[in-house]
Design a binder for this molecule. Structure first.
Ligand code: NAD
Length: 430
C-alpha cells in the first residue's frame, strides 16, 4: 500500500461511518435549534462559485435551518454572481434570507479568500474542481464548516492536499459534507446497506455506467482572453474539470468504492478517446472512457462513461454478487433476497444540507473526507490509465507529482491550449 494509508478502511469502518451519519442526523434533529457557539444564533453562509450548482446549494443551505442567511458571495465573474443572486431573489422560500451587501460581493481569483475573511460560519465550495484543494484548505484554515462539491481535485497533488485538509477539519471539529449526493439519498442508502449486509452474497464484479449525452458550451467572444474562455468552458479542460470521467463519472465510481467498503482498487487499465466531439470548442478532453479496476481480493469494476449525443444512455450501478445483484439507482435487489425500496423518497441535495446544518447545531461534526478523496482519486487513476494506455497501480497514481495548475499561474491572458492525450505516447507523470 502507498504512503497514503488513510485510504485503507475496513468494511467495519464503513458500517460504523454509515451508522454514525444516521446517528448524527437524529441527534441533530433534536438539538438542531441549540445556540451557535458564537452567541448569535444565526449561521452566516458564504457561496464560492456562483454557478448552477452553487446557486442550488445556496438555496438548500438556506432551507436547511430556520436561522441562516447568505451574507457573502464570490466568483471569478461578476455576471455569474449577479445572475445567481437574481435567481435566489426570485424564490419565495429563500428571498428573505439573503443579506449580501455590495461590499460582500467579491470577484476575481482571490474572491474565495475575501468570502472567508468576511465573518461567515459555513462556506459552499462550488467552483470547477481544479480550485477545490486550495479553497478547501483556506476554508478549514479559517475555521469554517464546509459543503464541498465533487470531485475534490483534478490531480494526485490536489488529492494529497485534500487528505491533509480533511484531517485538519477533523482536528478542528469542523463539519465537511461532500457533494457526492447519492450518499444522502434514502433509497440508495438502504440499497447499499443491504449490499453491505450481504444480501447479494459476496461481491464478484461491479459495472458502473455513466452513458450520457453532451453538456453545455459557450462560443468564444472576441473580448475573452484564453484564460476567460477556458474558465467559461471549464468542463472541456482537464486542468479545470479533470475530464468527464472525473467530473461526472465520479458519482458512479463513488458507489463502487462505497460497495467495496471505501477501500481503493490496486490497479486500473483502460481505453478512451474522442470521436464524436472533436471541435476546438470541446477543448481537449475525451468523450468516452472504459476502465477496468481491480481490488486486492480480485473483484473487478468495469466502468464506462460517455458524453456523445445520439447514443444509448444509461446511468446506473450494477453490483453482482454470489447470491444476487443490486441495481443501485433503481433501488433494487434481484436474487435470493429480491427487494425493491418502497420507503420515503427524499431530495438528496436538501438532505446533504439538512444533515450539515444539524451537525453544526448539535456539535457532532460530519466528515466525509475519506470517501470523497478515495473516489476522486479512483476517477483520476482511471484518467491516467485511459490517457496513457498503460496499466497503472494505485500507488503510482496517488504518488504522482502531476499538478495541472497552469505554469503561468492564474492570469487573465494567454493560456496554452493543452494537447489531446494519445494513449501509448502520453506518459504518466511520476
Ligand atoms: N453533485 C451534483 O450533482 C453536481 C451537479 C452539478 C455540478 N456539480 C459540481 O459542482 C461544481 C460546479 O459545477 P456547476 O455545474 O455549478 O458549474 P458552473 O460553471 O455553473 O459554476 C461554476 C462557477 O464557479 C465560478 N468560478 C470558476 N473559477 C472560480 C474561482 N477560481 N473562484 C471563484 N469562482 C470560480 C464560475 O465562474 C462559475 O460561476 C463542479 O465541481 C461540479 O462537478 C455537482
Amino acid at each position: 500500500m502507498s504512503d497514503h494509508s488513510p485510504f485503507v478502511a475496513s468494511r467495519r469502518d464503513f458500517l460504523r461511518t454509515s451508522t454514525a451519519v444516521a446517528g448524527t442526523s437524529l441527534a441533530g434533529l433534536t438539538l438542531a435549534r441549540s445556540v451557535h457557539a458564537a452567541g448569535d444564533d444565526t449561521l452566516k453562509v458564504g457561496l464560492i462559485g456562483c454557478g448552477g450548482r452553487g446557486t442550488g446549494a445556496a438555496k438548500q443551505a438556506l432551507n436547511a435551518d430556520d436561522n441562516v442567511k447568505l451574507t457573502a458571495m464570490g466568483d471569478v465573474f461578476r455576471d455569474h454572481l449577479d445572475s445567481s443572486l437574481a435567481n435566489l431573489e426570485k424564490q419565495d422560500d429563500v428571498a428573505g434570507k439573503l443579506d449580501v451587501a455590495e461590499d460582500h460581493k467579491f470577484t476575481g481569483f482571490d474572491a474565495y479568500q475575501q468570502v472567508l475573511d468576511s465573518d461567515v460560519d459555513v462556506v459552499i465550495l462550488t467552483t470547477p474542481p481544479h480550485f477545490r484543494p486550495a479553497h478547501l484548505k483556506a476554508a478549514i484554515d479559517a475555521g469554517k464548516h464546509v459543503f464541498c462539491e465533487k470531485p475534490v481535485a483534478v490531480d494526485a497533488t490536489g488529492v494529497r492536499s485534500v487528505i491533509e485538509t480533511c484531517k485538519a477539519a477533523k482536528e478542528k471539529n469542523l463539519s465537511l459534507v461532500s457533494g457526492l449526493c447519492w450518499r444522502y439519498d434514502n433509497g440508495v442508502r438502504e440499497t447499499m446497506q443491504r449490499v453491505a449486509d450481504g444480501e447479494i452474497g459476496d461481491i464478484v464484479a461491479i459495472q458502473e455506467n455513466y452513458l450520457a449525452g453532451g453538456l453545455w458550451k459557450h462560443a468564444r467572444r472576441p473580448e475573452w482572453s484564453d484564460m476567460e474562455y477556458q474558465l467559461r468552458n471549464w468542463l472541456y479542460y482537464t486542468w479545470l474539470s479533470g475530464d468527464h470521467n472525473v467530473e461526472q463519472h465520479v458519482h458512479s465510481l463513488d458507489k463502487a468504492v462505497w460497495a467495496m467498503g471505501d477501500t481503493p482498487p490496486v490497479r486500473a487499465v483502460g481505453l478512451g478517446g474522442r470521436q464524436a466531439r472533436v471541435e476546438p470548442i470541446f477543448g481537449h478532453i475525451f468523450d468516452h472512457h472504459a476502465v477496468v479496476y481491480e481490488w486486492p481480493n480480485g473483484v473487478k469494476m468495469f466502468a464506462y462513461c460517455r458524453q456523445q449525443d445520439g447514443c444509448t444512455t444509461d446511468v446506473d450501478d450494477y453490483i453482482l454478487g454470489t447470491k444476487g445483484r443490486a441495481t443501485v439507482l433503481k433501488n433494487r435487489i434481484e436474487g435470493e433476497k429480491s427487494w425493491k425500496y418502497r420507503g420515503e423518497k427524499n431530495n438528496m441535495y436538501q438532505t446533504e444540507h439538512d444533515e450539515l446544518f444539524a451537525s453544526i447545531r448539535s456539535g457532532n461534526p460530519i466528515n466525509n473526507g475519506h470517501y470523497m478523496t478515495v473516489s476522486t482519486m479512483v476517477a483520476i487513476l482511471g484518467r491516467m490509465a485511459t490517457y496513457t494506455g498503460k496499466s497503472i497501480t494505485w500507488d503510482e497514481a496517488i504518488n504522482s507529482s502531476e499538478d495541472l495548475t497552469p505554469a503561468a499561474g492564474y492570469e487573465w491572458g494567454p493560456l496554452e491550449m493543452p494537447l489531446v492525450a494519445v494513449p501509448g505516447q502520453t506518459q504518466l507523470v511520476v
